[in-house]
Every structure is written in structure tokens, then in C-alpha cells.
Ligand binder design. Structure first.
Ligand code: MOS
Length: 743
């Protein structure tokens, strides 16, 4: 093989997984079958809040084809959870669980039993035949109600249903308000959002050739799934294995467990392969959603546009269990004052339990909710001051050394000022003297259509925050004799569809100076890799890149010393972060950030209330675009997913039950809805500790879109609409209230 070494890093190389996925050859968990496999179905709760007094499985057991029904008593340590193990695997009387009241269902997504049968139909029928006796408990569905005295309590050890309360106390509020010439206030509401990944939850449990309880499933972190299975089944790590085949999207929706533990339980007890595939309806009903929030904000500025005070209260609906709520709301707490230097800040953020849907990780991880309020406040301030929104931002953006709300500076490499300017320049703004201005928006001839333009910015962390021990392992093996013939990379980071495996291979090729064709990646298997942390928090390029670079350096050193194969195993650990101080919020929350700004153009049909996103310009500092086309794909994907969040996706619930668990009634953007143009402005201001300067980037372009759309709708109609989604019904109601659209 001739070494046609080309520049690999920074090039759009074809995705390693492209051909298999587009031809349909690549198997996803639901496509995999094993000889002699049985089928599983789960029986979920019929109540939002009730004590399960009895579970009678006799009719299910007697059904032909049924092999076994598992209930709470069958789970050795009946609890799980990514951050706090506060949810029983199966709910019912008599189990061994550290969760108080492990016999209480707290939402419709609680699972009571699993049935394993010879066929899927028999399993489904048997699941229905299980008779559950409930003793109803009072339920609460509004987080504001749940905080009131006398509200039903969902966890005995979480008084007031308050899962967490973060405070930020910076500066002197009275002094800040005294300096303010204008003050704007808003109450913002954001809704649930369903991840709607292409591939619903599915998996297989079996005993592998070495006797390990093995689960093939789609997730975001194989070693974390393994840990939670080990805990629930009380098995040592070496007896449990987790493998991901291709993963059909994740977006945070696979961070928490779905079918992993129950599949492992069944395979372990039955010693036979067991398969489960959730329907789309089951997927929407039983995995968590983005946290809905209510945010009250009050900001003040001097007449020359300097923000002097910001106050906010953020209430997030945490649903019945933690999932990642404490972390998500921690992020909302940080993002709710935006990427701005504000001397006086007072924020209270709560995650509150209800008997509603489970809520947890979703692209942006609390950032979008915070940004919706922060950027709404900025746009309202600009209006109140008669100042251009770009100008106002540039007067207040965080600079190198600026103190965050938490009283500490951002890590070096702060680029939000440049990002805001680039976005303005590449979209609708003109620099005039030293100021930015936007010429008036030309209006269409049709009087029913109003056009508007809006702007918003954002910042988001890369990697795990607030003191979580962040790390990532990689191994590089150099095979060959005189020259390197093959580079094997072992890294567990999940390819959820974002292209990370291609990026890892590019970084490994760069680090070992070989052509990409010589790199082979081994991933997604706890038996073959060390832990690498999850595919989340926009962290994999950054974390895997640094780990791969470290491992390659070690391997190359040994290669020079004639070791064959030459191996290097390296654990990358970024600078330490710290949690919020409970009283002041002081913290060093993150070790790296990505910065973004967006301008959008919308058309509002004032007769029907339909909003069309015509164009979005997204300027993103990605540090270094390892693979520019993948970066562009992430920007476009984030814009369209946030477009759904902002104007289309409306999950309807009634007393904790989802009424539209179908993609025919819960509408996500299709190719007919996407903007005419998404202009990706890719900026490369290197992160000083990022691999080759790269920052994480996949969540950031999600953050500003909803507030930019709200600003554009204001520009078009003169109405601030502070509750998303901006569905036609909501928009029409607001327009009519203002006498608009009545012809
Ligand atoms: Mo993500 S929302 O950090 O999985």
C-alpha cells in the first residue's frame, strides 16, 4: 500500500458509516435477531400516582407461550438512575430497594412488570392480562402547585417536591437597580419536547460466549449502562457487557435507561436471548422529554446600553424522578443570564417534582430554556432603549477575563463578541461608522404575510460540569513492521448519528500521521474499550480528541523504541470544575465553552397564525472544524430541531398522560418545513485546550433559534410572544387580541 498521506484534519472526508446506513445494510438494535430468542413486553402504570397494592400475574402466566413474568421482587437491587438512583426498575410490593415507597407509581412511565414469551403477540397479550390493584394517591401536575404547602408529596425525602434549588447572588441588587434607566420584565414559558429519533428503543439480552450477561442496545454511554445494570442485578462489572450496534439518533433521549436493565434481568434469569422493540407510541410515552420551564426575568440597563442588573426565577418541571434534572436545571441557571457580563445578578432556579412525564437530557441540556428568557430580555431591552440588538449585545458580551454570574472568569478563548459581529455581518446588518444597523425589512405584497428579522446569541459548556469527574480513555495500537500498516483506535464514545467515529478516525490519522484508510476504530463494547464518558454535552470531539492525541503520543514513543505492536493507553482529564456554592452560586462551572449567534427571517401569516422560518444564519465558533461538512450538518440539524421546538412541536398532556403520542399528531419539521436556507458560518477561534483547537459544537446552534424567532415575530407583528411553541392557535389568539389579522 502506498502511503498517499493527505491532510485529513479539517477536511470533509466521507463518513465511515455512510454507505452501510444509506443502503440499509447496517443493523440497528431492532434489526438484530438471535437463534432461539424470546420476546419481551413491558407493563407500564395505569395511574399517575398510586400505591401498587398487588400485582396478580396468574392469567398472564397461564397464557400459552408465556415463559416468565418478572415483577419488582425479581430485581435484586430495585433502583436505578443516571445521577441519583431514585427510581425502582419495577414498581410493586415487597422488593429490595433503597427508594422509599418503591411500591408507588409516580407517573405513567413507571414500569410494573415485564413479560417474556415465545412470540411478541403473546408477550403483549400477557402484559395486558396482568392485574394490578392500585390505591390512588393525590397527584400534582403543575410545578407551581407542587411547590405550595399542602401539595401532594412525591418523594418523602424531598420536601415541597423540590429536587434542587440553585442560587446565584452576585453584586448588590439595590445598587444595580438604582443605576438602571430602563427595566424590562418578562414571563417566559417553554414546553416539553420529544426527541423523535428515527429508531425507537429496542434491544437484545443474552449470555455471551464467556457467560456474561450481555445487552445489545442503543444508548449514549456503554459503561454507564453497564454500571446501572450491574447495580440493579447486583452483579460484578466483569459479568455484564453492553454493546451498541448502529444508533438511530439520541439527542439526550438515550442518556437514561429504557430497556437495558429489564433485558439484562430476563437474559440473566432465563439464560436465553430476549428481544424487545418499542413501538413509536411506546417510545413517546415512556422515555423522558425536555424540561418545560416557567421563567420570570427582570433586567435593567443604563440608557447607553450597559446592563446593570438581572434577576430571574426559573422553575423546571422535573417530573417524578431525577433523571438528569439536577444537572439540566444547573445549566439553565447558568444560561438564564446569557453570555453577558452583568455586575449584579440574583437567580433562583428550582427543579420541582410533579406526576408528569419524565424529563431529562435533550440537546442543549437546560441551555435553550435559559437562552429563551435571556435573549428575550436582551431583545426587549434593545427595543426599550431604541438600540440595535447587535449593538446592545456587543456592549455587554463576556470578554476574555469577564466574570460570569458565578463570580469566576470564563476559561480562556472567549469569542462571543467576534461571533456576534460575524453573524451580523453575514446576515442582515451593516456596520455604519462604529455602529451596527439593520436596514428595514422589505415586506411582501400579500397583506396577510408579515416578514420580520430577529437576532439572538448563546453560549454553552463543553463536557461535564459542576465538579463531575470528567475523563475519557483511549487506546492506540500501531501495527506493522518497518512502517505503520494499521492504527487501531479503541474509544467507547457513541456514534449516535453525529459522525463522531469519522471525526475520531480523522484525529487518530492526524495524530499518528497515517492515511485515514489505515485507521480502524473499535468502539461501543464494554468488553473491548475503557470508559470514555457519554455522547453528550457536546463533549466527544473535545474529550476523545485529547484522549486519542495522548494515546497516540505514547504509542509513537514505543514505536520508536521498536515495540511491535506499539500500544498507548491514555486517560484525558480536563481542568477541574466545581459545583455551585449553595448560598452564592460561586463556581468554576466548566472547562470549555462554545459560542453561537443567529439571525433569522420569518414570515407570519396573520390570518392563519402560521410562522414560516424562511432563513437562518448561524455563526458558530467551533474552534477547529475537524470535518466541515459534519459541522455544517450539526448546525443545520440543530436549527431544524430548534425550529420544531419553537413553532411546531406541541406535546399535549392531561393529568400526566400524553394525548398525542404519535408522529401524526405530534408534528416535527419535515423536509417541507425546513428553511429555504440555513447559512452556516463556521468560525475557528481555537480553544487553548481543545484538540487541534476544536471546541464542542453540536448543541450550541440549538440555543439561540427560539428567541431569535420570537424576536422576528415581534419585528413582523409588534407582539412579544413569550410562550413556545408558537403554534398557529397561540399566534392567532395573540394577533386577534391585538386586532391584527381581522380583515
Ligand atoms: Mo446531551 S442533552 O448532553 O445527551
Amino acid at each position: 500500500m502506498s502511503a498517499e498521506k493527505t491532510v485529513i484534519l479539517g477536511q470533509t472526508v466521507r463518513r465511515l458509516d455512510a454507505v452501510g446506513k444509506v443502503t440499509g445494510e447496517t443493523p440497528y438494535p431492532g434489526d438484530i435477531n438471535l437463534d432461539g430468542q424470546l420476546w419481551m413486553k413491558q407493563r407500564f402504570s395505569d395511574r399517575a400516582h398510586a400505591r401498587v397494592v398487588a400485582v396478580d400475574t396468574s392469567k398472564a402466566d397461564a397464557l400459552p407461550g408465556v415463559v416468565r413474568v418478572f415483577t419488582a421482587k425479581d430485581v435484586p437491587q430495585n433502583e436505578y438512575g443516571l445521577v441519583i438512583k431514585d427510581q425502582p426498575v419495577l414498581i410493586g410490593p415487597g422488593s429490595s430497594s433503597q427508594v422509599a415507597d418503591a411500591d408507588v407509581v409516580r407517573c405513567y412511565a413507571d414500569c410494573i412488570a415485564v413479560v417474556v414469551a415465545e412470540t411478541e403477540a403473546a408477550a403483549a397479550e400477557a402484559a395486558r392480562l396482568i392485574e394490578v390493584t392500585y390505591e390512588d394517591l393525590p397527584a400534582v401536575f403543575d410545578p407551581l402547585d407542587a411547590m405550595q404547602d399542602g401539595a401532594p408529596q412525591i418523594h418523602v425525602n424531598r420536601p415541597g417536591n423540590i429536587l434542587c434549588h440553585y442560587k446565584i447572588r452576585k453584586g448588590d441588587m439595590a445598587a444595580g437597580w438604582a443605576l438602571a434607566d430602563v427595566v424590562v420584565e418578562g414571563e417566559y414559558r417553554t414546553g416539553h419536547q420529544e426527541h423523535a429519533y428515527l429508531q425507537p428503543e429496542a434491544g437484545l439480552g443474552y449470555i455471551d460466549e464467556q457467560g456474561r450477561v450481555t445487552v445489545i442496545v442503543a444508548g449514549q454511554w456503554v459503561h454507564e449502562d453497564q454500571e446501572q445494570i450491574c447495580h440493579a442485578l447486583n452483579l460484578p462489572e466483569e459479568q455484564v457487557r453492553v454493546i451498541y450496534p448502529a444508533i438511530g439518533g439520541a439527542f439526550g433521549g438515550r442518556e437514561d435507561m429504557s430497556v437495558q436493565i429489564v433485558l439484562a434481568l430476563a437474559a440473566w434469569k432465563l439464560r436465553r436471548p430476549v428481544k424487545i422493540v418499542w413501538s413509536r407510541e411506546e417510545s413517546i410515552l415512556y422515555h423522558h422529554k425536555r424540561h418545560p420551564t416557567v421563567i420570570r426575568a427582570k433586567w435593567g440597563a443604563t440608557k447607553d446600553g450597559k446592563i446593570v442588573a438581572a434577576e430571574a426565577m426559573v422553575i423546571g418541571d422535573a417530573g417524578a424522578y431525577n433523571y438528569t434534572s439536577t444537572k439540566v436545571m444547573g445549566n439553565a441557571n447558568l444560561c438564564v443570564t446569557g453570555p453577558y457580563e452583568i455586575p449584579n445578578i440574583h437567580v433562583d432556579t428550582y427543579a420541582v417534582h410533579t406526576n408528569n412525564l419524565l424529563t431529562g437530557a435533550f440537546r442543549g441540556f437546560g441551555g435553550p430554556q435559559g437562552a429563551f428568557a435571556a435573549e428575550g430580555q436582551m431583545n426587549k431591552l434593545a427595543r426599550a432603549l431604541g438600540m440595535d440588538p447587535v449593538e446592545l449585545r456587543l456592549k455587554n458580551v463576556l470578554r476574555e477575563g469577564s466574570l460570569l454570574s458565578v463570580g469566576t472568569p470564563l476559561p480562556p478563548g472567549v469569542s462571543i463578541g467576534q461571533v456576534v459581529e460575524q453573524c451580523a455581518e453575514q446576515s442582515y446588518w451593516q456596520r455604519d461608522g462604529d455602529g451596527w444597523q439593520r436596514p428595514p425589512t422589505p415586506q411582501p405584497d400579500d397583506p396577510a404575510i408579515r416578514r420580520g428579522i430577529g437576532f439572538a446569541a448563546g453560549f454553552k459548556n463543553v463536557g461535564f460540569s459542576f465538579g463531575f469527574p470528567e475523563q475519557s480513555w483511549a487506546t492506540i495500537e500501531l501495527h506493522g513492521d518497518a512502517e505503520i500498516e494499521e492504527v487501531i483506535v479503541r474509544h467507547a464514545g457513541a456514534e449516535v448519528g453525529q459522525g463522531t467515529h469519522t471525526v475520531m478516525a480523522q484525529m487518530a490519522a492526524e495524530a499518528t500521521d497515517v492515511p485515514l484508510t489505515k485507521v480502524r476504530l473499535i468502539s461501543h463494547d464494554t468488553a473491548e474499550t475503557l470508559t470514555s464518558g457519554s455522547a453528550s454535552a457536546s463533549r466527544l470531539t473535545f474529550m476523545a480528541g485529547n484522549a486519542i492525541r495522548g494515546a497516540a503520543a505514547l504509542a509513537l514513543e514505543r514505536w520508536k523504541n521498536e515495540e511491535r505492536p506499539a500500544m498507548g493507553t491514555y486517560q484525558y482529564r480536563p481542568p477541574k470544575t466545581t459545583p455551585y456554592d449553595p448560598e452564592t452560586g460561586r463556581a468554576e462551572p466548566n472547562f470549555a465553552y462554545g459560542y453561537v449567534a443567529q439571525a433569522v427571517e420569518v414570515e407570519v401569516d396573520v390570518e392563519t397564525g402560521l410562522i414560516r422560518l424562511v432563513r437562518a444564519v448561524s455563526a458558530n465558533d467551533v474552534g477547529r472544524a475537524v470535518n466541515p461538512q459534519l459541522v455544517q450538518g450539526q448546525i443545520e440539524g440543530a436549527v431544524v430541531q430548534a425550529q420544531g421546538y419553537a413553532i411546531m412541536e406541541n406535546l399535549i398532556t392531561e393529568e400526566g398522560r400524553i394525548l398525542n403520542p404519535y408522529l401524526s399528531t405530534y408534528l416535527i419539521p419535515t423536509v417541507l418545513d425546513v428553511p429555504d436556507e440555513v447559512k452556516s458560518v463556521i468560525l475557528e477561534y481555537a480553544d487553548p485546550i481543545g484538540p487541534w483547537g476544536a471546541r464542542g459544537m453540536a448543541e450550541m446552534p440549538y440555543l439561540p433559534l427560539a428567541p431569535a424567532i420570537a424576536a422576528a415575530v415581534f419585528d413582523a407583528t409588534g407582539i412579544w410572544m413569550d410562550s413556545i411553541p408558537l403554534t398557529p392557535e397561540r399566534v392567532v389568539a395573540a394577533l386577534r387580541e391585538h386586532g391584527i389579522g381581522v380583515f
